[in-house]
Design a protein around this ligand. Structure first.
Ligand code: NAP
Ligand code: GDD
Length: 351
């Protein structure tokens, strides 16, 4: 049994990771922020009614509060620390660059120092949620050998966190590992990331809950995997014999346009594209109705055009490989969102 400490436990990855660890019989401690609206839906609906076997504990905390982190680590004495907390939205990082640098970058240093202050540097194993976004404009396929070329305040902050994690490994001999994860999605994905935005909003259109979906760059390509598969990799990294840096990816990429077409097909709609640039629209081929429009507010000041990872090292060293195909991932998300929208439409009809 391992005692695990997760920052970002209320997020997509944190909720899958907590489940995986609890299912193995580990004890899980997560930090949650006090916020004006309830933000624990991903974990509460799963862990609220504990059956006595599950050891899941939530503590108030914030990555910007170093004293609190030291106190929590002293009290909890974790074996594993997973640092998943971040301002994780790339587009939004251009609006709040300083805050993103603080939370997504500097806070990793704060947490690593808290580990030292709490006297855990010799025994704790630390996982840093690094990102393929750090590769930025570097051409695909990207692997552990690819130099970083970050294109956003978010990516720059993640690059700082990557290097400081490596630095604490080299300077203090800490077991500090970077998981450089490519995009990973699920029905629990935040609604303003492009996969979920598409599956949810096309489902809303299908069930008459909204009219159109506004998107930005349709031609960006991403390597999209399933979040739970990727959290399995994070656990394997901390169970490995030594700390290191690992790329986690499917090795396959698709454009935002292909993603929208695939999601629409699963909802019995077929998209036909007309026009160019900002005037391009996606119409329902059967009815001619406009389903997708372009809104420049979703363009980024600097875009990452193509991410496609090479996870050969993780396969060879950790024995990890993805279990879920792109098609199955999008199907899972569409089915989830269609179910929710159909229920909402039904309730509206009754009112
Ligand atoms: P997410 O759903 O946006 O979750 C982010 C988490 O960080 C939330 O639990 C959030 O808490 C927490 N958080 C934000 N600011 C905090 C602060 N100041 N103190 C404490 N907690 C804070 O992100 P995700 O998709 O699960 O991703 C997990 C991590 O992996 C992130 O670091 C992300 O940058 C990185 N990553 C993600 C991907 C991906 O494709 N998903 C790929 C590579 C790397 P609240 O609920 O209170 O907001
Ligand atoms: N969010 C969003 N909304 N993205 C859009 C839209 C839109 O309306 N229209 C097009 N896109 C394009 C973006 O320009 C980008 O090229 C691509 O879709 C993916 O955008 P996101 O889903 O927001 O993800 P991301 O790749 O920027 O960042 C995610 O993956 C990173 C790993 O590479 C986040 O999860 C990061 O936290 C993570 O590190």
């Amino acid at each position: 049994m391992k005692r695990c400490f997760i920052t970002g436990v209320t997020g997509q990855d944190g909720s899958y990771l907590a489940e995986l660890l609890l299912d193995r019989g580990d004890e899980v401690h997560g930090i949650i922020r006090r916020s004006s609206s309830f933000n624990t839906w991903r974990i509460h609906e799963r862990f609220q009614n504990q059956d006595g076997q599950k050891k899941f504990y939530l503590h108030y905390g914030d990555l910007s509060d170093g004293m609190n982190l030291v106190r929590l680590l002293r009290e909890i004495q974790p074996d594993y620390i997973f640092n998943l907390a971040a301002q994780s939205h790339v587009r939004i990082s251009f609006d709040i660059p300083e805050y993103t640098g603080e939370v997504t970058g500097l806070s990793t240093l704060r947490l690593l120092e808290a580990i030292r202050q709490a006297g855990l540097a010799d025994r704790v194993r630390f996982y840093q949620a690094s990102s393929s976004e750090m590769f930025g404009s570097a051409p695909p396929p990207q692997s552990e050998e690819t130099p970083f070329a970050p294109r956003s305040p978010y990516a720059c902050a993640k690059a700082f966190s990557y290097y400081i994690t490596k630095n604490y490994r080299e300077s203090y001999g800490m077991f500090a590992t970077n998981g450089v994860l490519f995009n990973h999605e699920s029905p629990r994905r935040g609604e303003n990331f492009v996969t979920r935005k598409i599956t949810l909003n096309l489902a809303r259109i299908k069930y008459g809950l909204s009219d159109t979906l506004a998107l930005g760059n349709l031609d960006a390509r991403r390597d999209w995997g399933f979040a739970r598969d990727y959290m399995e990799a994070a656990v394997l990294m901390l169970e490995h014999d030594y700390p290191d840096d690992f790329v986690i990816a499917t090795g396959e990429s698709h454009s935002v346009r292909e993603l929208a077409e695939q999601a629409a097909r699963l909802l019995d709609m077929s998209i036909e594209w007309n026009g160019e640039g900002r005037n391009e629209v996606g119409r329902d081929a059967k009815t001619g109705k406009v389903l997708i429009v372009i809104d420049p507010k979703y363009f980024r000041p600097a875009e990452v055009d193509h991410l496609e990872g090479d996870a050969t090292k993780a396969k060879a060293t950790l024995g990890w490989s993805p279990k879920t195909s792109f098609q199955d991932l999008i199907r899972m998300m569409v089915e989830h969102d269609a179910r929710e929208c159909s229920r909402e439409a039904y309730t509206k009809r009754l009112q």
